[in-house]
Design a protein around this ligand. Sequence first.
Ligand code: AMP
Length: 240
Amino acid sequence: MRILLLGNPGAGKGTQSSRMQKNFNITAITSGNLLRQNIAKGTTVGKIAAKHMEHGEFVPDDIMIELIGDELQRNKRQNWLLDGFPRTINQAMALDDNLNLSGQSLNLVINLQVPEEVILQRIMDRWIHVPSGRVYNLSYNPPKIHGIDDVTGEKLTKRDDDNPDIFKIRLQKHHALTEPLLEYYNKRNILITCNGRTSDEIYPQIESELIARFNVISPNNQVKTSTEKNLLKVATRENL
Ligand code: AMP
């Protein structure tokens, strides 16, 4: 699986990516988390990235392409999921070039579509644990103890760019830049769009697609359709 996850900021890419990692053998490469980890460590990339991110601007393409290229190199023998990269056509073309070098290509692009009023509320309620990238939401996925990461007991933080003014800039930029990306991938017949107001509405659509496209087994064997049941039989014969 070489998957790209697209969607408005706050559309729940982080949540869907965590579920996919939990349920399938897949590694997520999340550009925003990599940048925030670099900022927290005070690396050169982190220092440059922070200047752009605190104004709601994109980090320059050359930095992003190198950062993600290194991660893909590290994960080249695994199933992976890209979240947050590419965000520009330049980045998309650089990704294709990079994958072509090892005879690979993207085989699924998932576009998440969530209404904007829903997204805005989510952004206000979002808290994160920077070292792990875990995302909490006060209304539907709160931490067990307010402000504390469930797994490590460390403090949660608000993202600097999760405020209404910066969010509006991010949303405008996102629309202008994502449309060409959607067109770019639509031509190749690897783009699917999943619609919903909540992550619970969207995740089953993703899971069905993974099962159908990659012959992987539904994690909890809760097969819902006869097609899935047939696929499950095939996958079970081949993999177990
Ligand atoms: P995210 O966590 O994906 O919402 O990203 C947070 C911020 O990191 C964005 O608003 C950008 O400033 C920066 N960023 C993340 N990924 C990229 C990318 N592929 N290209 C440029 N900037 C990025």
